[in-house]
Design a protein around this ligand. Structure first.
Ligand code: HEM
Length: 381
């Protein structure tokens, strides 16, 4: 009977080898998948059946870890297997084979209150698991992970400001920390754009992030936004609002996909006054002098850095790595990680980008006017 250690060993070795061989064949054909080749079919079947056997062995052994971290890691393991099965399109017509892996995923996820699938946290915070040995997958996962860590650092700094108030010397330190963290996000995004090959990403990396079924229910794909940090930053800065139905829906939808420790921060984010509100209150009361004014100037830098990093994501990652190759490969299916058609996802991302960059959009309530008012108060005009 298999145990989680054997399952993980297989995932680190044979699984990576099989996926890599399959990806090289797909890449040579510049295709999402290559069918009708007995060698490739044999490799796909090895993934399907060997993984299913190991997952069933773990389930039958009946000794699932009590430790929540080990449980979550094991969910990532079985989820990685199911993600690859979906990627190679061997998930249909094999419900009997996959049933133990689905049960294992549910059993692990239920007490943690998370979706029964692997998410980006499994790849970057609970290990550094890769599907293939391909250079471009390593580059993609690593820079996404570094971006996630930098967003977390910014959120950690900003979270401490509302109870402290915006006028203290510590506030200036925390804002400067958030600014450098967000500048790091942009730096990692730029490095990713410089190093990641468009076709490799499109054909060999992206397909592992698709939605997949666990039993009868489909769970949407994974992305580097599935953490509380980015939303805490939006709300603490005052660029997005919880009472905006568009944004509230994002928070609610995301909850099962963030790691367990991010669920409470996601729930409380934005329930108090934002940092922007606090600065505006001081400016309206004519108190924006000395340290407070200096802090407000740093705050405006933080907002600019957040908008710049996310605009880069939209214009220099999403467009060239997803939208443009999709236009050249009309047959590619399920282009986005979340599942809706690409134009719908693009519109959603564009709206988020405009909120985060506080753009002046007549049809949308952004923080544009408030930031301009604060800028005027800082500049003394
Ligand atoms: C969400 C694409 C890299 C952060 C998304 C989405 C897409 C996407 C399409 C929408 C979710 C969906 O798939 O439906 C890409 C591409 C990348 C890339 C093509 C690189 C080639 C990164 C990096 C970061 C990042 C490096 C940095 C941490 C985010 C965030 C969201 C997101 C925060 C969620 C939006 C939100 O709910 O706030 N990405 N991404 N992405 N991505 Fe990326």
């Amino acid at each position: 009977m298999a145990n989680p250690v054997e399952f993980d060993r297989w995932l680190d070795d044979e699984f990576v080898e099989l996926n890599t061989e399959l990806e090289e064949a797909y890449f040579a054909a510049r295709a999402e998948i290559v069918r009708g080749d007995p060698d490739l079919d044999a490799r796909r079947e090895a993934i399907l059946f060997d993984g299913a056997k190991l997952a069933a062995g773990v389930l039958d052994a009946g000794e699932l870890p009590d430790d929540p971290v080990a449980r979550y890691q094991l969910l990532g393991s079985v989820g990685g297997y199911l993600g690859a099965v979906r990627r190679h399109q061997i998930d249909t017509g094999h419900a009997d084979v996959l049933a133990p892996a689905w049960t294992l995923a549910w059993t692990l996820a239920a007490p943690l209150g998370v979706a029964p699938r692997y998410v980006f946290a499994h790849q970057c915070l609970y290990g550094h698991r890769l599907f293939t040995a391909l250079r471009d997958e390593r580059i993609f996962v690593t820079y996404n992970a570094l971006g996630v860590l930098a967003y977390r650092r910014a959120a950690h700094a900003l979270r401490q400001i509302p109870p402290m108030g915006v006028s203290t010397p510590m506030t200036g330190y925390l804002l400067a920390d958030a600014r450098t963290a967000l500048e790091d996000v942009l730096r990692f995004n730029r490095l990713l754009a410089a190093e990641l090959d468009v076709d490799r990403f499109f054909f060999n990396v992206r397909p592992y992030f698709k939605p997949y079924r666990v039993g009868t229910k489909e769970y949407r794909g994974a992305n580097a936004g599935d953490f509380a940090g980015i939303n805490e930053i939006d709300l603490l800065l005052g660029l997005c609002r919880r009472d905006d139905p568009f944004y509230a829906r994002i928070l609610a939808e995301k909850a099962p996909y963030v790691p367990p420790e991010d669920q409470a921060p996601l729930r409380v984010a934005g329930t108090g006054p934002s940092i922007l509100d606090q600065f505006l209150a001081a400016a309206n009361a004519g108190r924006l002098t000395g340290e407070l004014k200096q802090n407000a100037a740093t705050f405006l830098d933080v907002c600019r850095a957040h908008g710049a990093a996310y605009s880069f994501h939209h214009n220099r990652l999403v467009r060239p790595y997803l939208v443009e190759p999709a236009g050249r490969s009309p047959d590619a299916e399920d282009l986005t990680a979340s599942g809706p058609p690409l134009p719908v996802v693009l519109e959603f991302l564009e709206r988020l980008s405009d909120l985060r960059a506080a753009r002046n959009r007549p049809d949308l309530r952004t923080a544009h006017g408030d930031l301009r008012a604060l800028r005027a108060a800082v500049d003394g005009s």
